[in-house]
Design a protein around this ligand. Sequence first.
Ligand SMILES: [Ca+2]
Length: 326
Amino acid sequence: MKLNLKQILLISGSFLLFFFYSSSCAGQKSKSANKKNLPPLIIDTDITMGLPFKDVDDGLAVASIILSGKYDVKGITVTFGNGTLQEARERILDLLSHLNVNIPVYNGAEDKYSLGVTTEAARFITAVAEKYRGRITILSIGPLTDLATAYLLNKKISGYFKEVVIMGGAIFHEGNVPPEMESEFNFWRDPPAAKIVLDNFKNIRLFPLDVCMDTIIDGEEMKNLSQCTSSWCQYLYNNIKDWYDIMSSIFGGFYPYDLIAALYLVDNSFLTDYRTMPVTVLTEEGEYYGKSITTGAINKSLVFFDLNEERFKDEFYRYLKIGKGD
Ligand SMILES: [Ca+2]
C-alpha cells in the first residue's frame, strides 16, 4: 500500500500524539510513585521569616527540606512562638507559594495555654502518626505545644515516630532568654509541653544551643545570596536581609538554629559530636523556668553538640539552592 503525504502526516501525527500521551502519563506516574517512596514528614513551625524584627531560621529550615526533594511533606503545622499563630500561617503560605508547592497547613496552638486544647494541628499529627506508624518523622522547630497536645489526644503516638527532631534546650551552653540566660527560647515558651515531649517520646533527636550556636550566617553568605540572581534567591535575600542587619551589628551575623535541625534530616554528614543522654525541662515559675536539665530525667534523647562549619556551609548553599557567584 502506498501512502500519500496526507496519510503519512495523519499516521505520524497519531503516533506522536500516542507517544506524548504515554510519556506524559508515565511521567506523572513515576512522579507520584517517586513521592510515595519518599519518607513521610510533618513540620511544626513558628515561622516569622520576612516580618520586621523577627527571626528567619524557620524559613531557611522549611525551604531546605522542600528544596532537597528528599521528603514527602504530608503537612505543615503552625504555632505561636517567634510571633503569633496568624503570623506563622501567613508567612508559611507566602513561602510555600514562592516555592510553588502545594502542602496543607494546619493551625496549632495560639499560646502556651492551648496545651491540651484540641487544634487541627494536633488532630493532624495524631492521624498522620497513626497512618504512617514507624515511618513518620516530625521536625519541631517552635514551642512543643502542638506535639504535646497531640500526645495528650493519643498517648500511643509517642512510640510511632521514626524520629522526633527538635530544636530546643541548652545542655552545657548558656540559654538565650534574658535576663537569666538559663533557658532556651523554644522550651521557655511552653516548658510543660517540652517536658511532656522529652519525658515520653521515643527516638528524639535534640538540637540544643550547644550545636545551634556553633556557626553563624555572616557577610560571606549574604554577599553570595545577594549576587545569586534566581527569583528564589532574591525572595530569600529580601526576606532575611533586615534580620541579618540587626543581628550582624551584635553578633556579626545570625544564628541558623532551626536550619541545623532541618539539615540533619537532609544530609547529616556535617554533624560531628552527639551523645545519647536523658534530658527534661524545669517547669516551675522563676529563674530556671524552661531550663533543660539532665539530672532527674527519665527518657533518653540523642543530643547533638558539634558540627563541621565548612561542611555545614556547603550544605547551606547546596540545599537552599544558592549559587555562589552566579
Ligand atoms: Ca522556630
